[in-house]
Design a protein around this ligand. Structure first.
Ligand code: ZN
Length: 330
């Protein structure tokens, strides 16, 4: 296969703290011989496990960049055993634009794996992760939140996998990360996801949805920071014992839990995130925005559970995920 055009000024095999970039040549109106510069930090101290930590896979999700820029600024060689590769803003062009997807090519990083070294800029970045960064890693952590269009109860999650030994490793890592909710998930469509790429390579993989709405709170940023430190301790890379707080176990494996809007209009959520819901209970109403008088369209829970996710903006369109009901597994 064609070599990836990205090069970097860090040496992944060298001990110490290195701050550098992944440099992807990109000729544009603004810079004829320009480059997409994705910041990364590598901290290595001898042989040991490698953790690959990423944020802003989607550019409008902020807990990951906050926790990982903080870690990159503070992590010291003498405090670790092994290696930590930190890419706080995986889709940097999207992050700079405050968008989910890249303004360069519309690329949604988390739907483009395994990537393509001859493709668009986002495809080339995905290929670099697929063939260069992921193979170096033992533990892979990708910190997401809901972005501008979704909001979630803060959860860390692992996927239901065919390989139960691998699933057990991922669940143990999820428990070490420790968020208010621990969730087992089956994706509606796992094709093209970074998650799927990491798991197919046999890696221990955890991801999160730590809130949303296109910003971070003090609470969700703290969950991300503590979670990353906990995981590095769990992996034996950082000294210390993970700080574990009480959490609730949820499962998002029933497709009936995903409620999609069939209407355009003004959204009224009738229950808040984290609330218990019963089958048949009204979760939301959607009002016609072109006339007063009509009754709103009513959306009901199809299963018993907990409201774990919701559409964030006040206006909703057909096809938008309106709400997600997860099932308690306690
Ligand atoms: Zn995301």
């Amino acid at each position: 296969m064609t070599d990836n055009p990205i090069n970097t000024d860090v040496d992944f095999g060298k001990d110490g703290v290195q701050h550098g970039h992944l440099k992807l040549p990109h000729s544009s109106e603004q810079a004829a011989w320009g480059a997409v510069m994705t910041p990364l930090t590598v901290v290595r101290n001898g042989n040991g496990p490698t953790a690959l930590l990423t944020g802003a896979n989607h550019g409008d999700e902020y807990e990951g960049p906050i926790a990982l820029l903080n870690l990159a600024a503070t992590l010291q060689q003498q405090n670790i055993t092994g290696r930590v590769i930190i890419v706080p803003m995986m889709n940097h062009p999207a992050f700079l634009a405050g968008r989910r997807t890249s303004p360069l090519d519309g690329g949604n990083m988390n739907r483009l794996f395994p990537g393509d070294p001859t493709g668009s800029p986002t495809q080339k970045l995905a290929d670099y992760f697929q063939r260069t960064l992921l193979p170096m890693a033992d533990l892979v952590v990708d910190i997401h939140a809901g972005g501008k269009t979704l909001d979630f109860v803060p959860f860390v999650c692992a996927h239901v996998l065919a390989d139960k030994e691998q699933q057990a490793r991922c669940v143990a890592a999820m428990q070490a990360f420790n968020a208010p909710y621990h969730l087992m998930i089956k994706e509606l469509d796992a094709v093209g996801m970074y998650d799927t790429a990491a798991e197919a390579l046999g890696k221990t993989f955890v991801t999160t949805e730590l809130g949303g709405g296109g910003s971070a709170s003090a609470t969700t940023a703290a969950i991300a920071k503590r979670g990353v430190a906990n995981l590095l301790m769990h992996a034996g890379i950082l000294a210390g014992t993970p700080e574990l707080n009480p959490s609730r176990r949820l499962e998002m494996t029933d497709p009936r839990g995903f409620i999609t809007s069939a209407h355009r209009g003004l959204l009224e959520l009738c229950v808040d995130l984290g609330a218990a819901v019963r089958t048949g209970e009204v979760i939301a109403q959607v009002y016609d925005t072109d006339r007063s008088g009509p009754e709103p369209q009513v959306y009901r829970a199809a299963i018993d559970g907990v409201l774990a996710g919701r559409h964030f903006p006040g206006l909703i369109r057909p096809g938008d995920t309106l709400a997600v009901v997860a099932v308690p597994a306690d």
